[in-house]
Design a protein around this ligand. Sequence first.
Ligand code: ADP
Length: 418
Amino acid sequence: MTAVEIAQLDVLNESTVSTAIGQMGSQEVTRLIITDKFGIAIYDSSYPASSHSTLVLFPEVFQALQEKDVFSSLYNDGVILSRAAVPVYSNGVLTGCVYMMEHDTTQGALIQSLIRNIFSITVALEIVIIFFSLISASAFSSRLRRILASMRVVREGDYTQRVKIKGNDELAVLGTEFNELTYRLQTSEERRRQFVSDASHELKTPLASIKLLTDSILQNDMDIATIREFVSDIGNEADRLNRMSHKLLTLSKLDAEDHVDGEVIHMLPTLDRVARMLSANAKSNKVTLLMNVRTDCVICIPEDDLYQIAFNLVENSIKYNQAGGKVFISLFQDGQYAVLQVRDTGVGIPEAAIGHIFERFYRVDKARSRKTGGSGLGLSIVSNIVERNNGTIQVESTVGKGTTFTVRFPICTQESET
Ligand code: ADP
């Protein structure tokens, strides 16, 4: 406002300026200077009596006399120092400038209190952040310590150990993974123990028979015919031990191999070979072996695996059959699958036992199985091999009528061959 009032003066001199200032009354500025166009003070509110003829050297005045409007504001230690200078024109010609300086402590105090508040809030926030960081770091490390402690327990061999980690973060995922791992270790350890105890139990029986038979021969006076009979029994038990150890080896090999290199094979030649190998066995059991092949199929599994599957299934069908019975070996294609079916007219399997026959060492009729040299391992080997070659196995049976095992493998197409 001051600059506008002054700018309206036609002539800028001592008397016109003091008249104008007098008319305007008190200005709320700390210092007001009015200069002529050479920068000589005409009026200075700080020195109203002795300002005349003083050259004002403020840079703002210098710039205003260059016809520029100048404004600057600086905050320092609770005070806002504002400076402004504007040129004054008379009829479009520069006649001087007005310079104002304001020393504002009220606004400065406001800013100072604002700064103080921001500082206190920042400090408080930092304390809160540090506090929560410490709490979360200590919670994190305590959860981590729990996992580490459980790992140590598991390392010592206690696979029953589990950790409870709440939340949805990475540590909780780690805890779940750890529990799954220990569960798998526990299951496989239990299976291993069970297997070792079952195997030693099974091996004990023929060994005990051999011991009993040899003791009998040594301790009793026997005629040569009885001795021959006992020795032949010892031979049978030794054969059984041999077969069982062979099957146990096969099973442990299957357990150890986690992947299998498939071969592209025609099924028919392998099935022919199995039938040939077991024909003498069938004959001595008075069982007829019949092949029914609608079409040969090409599948992608190791030839030995297919041989093992077919051999065990056909051997069982002969073993658990009756004199005059039949075994049908069929091969056909069903959509994308090659189907091998082994059907017999044998004793059948009771419904309650069907769910168990693929378990290791399981036998429906222990006495009969022992008589026929069974170990309870054949079908578990079969299901293991079928599974690792991406096949499936099904069984249907009626007691007294017979049993059918159906094995399916995906047909080997050209893409799966490459
Ligand atoms: P094993 O060596 O005793 O024959 P397997 O694992 O081959 O053992 O078979 C498990 C049990 O399933 C056998 O003890 C037998 O009771 C029953 N089983 C298997 N195949 C047949 C079948 N074709 N007919 C009747 N029972 C069978």
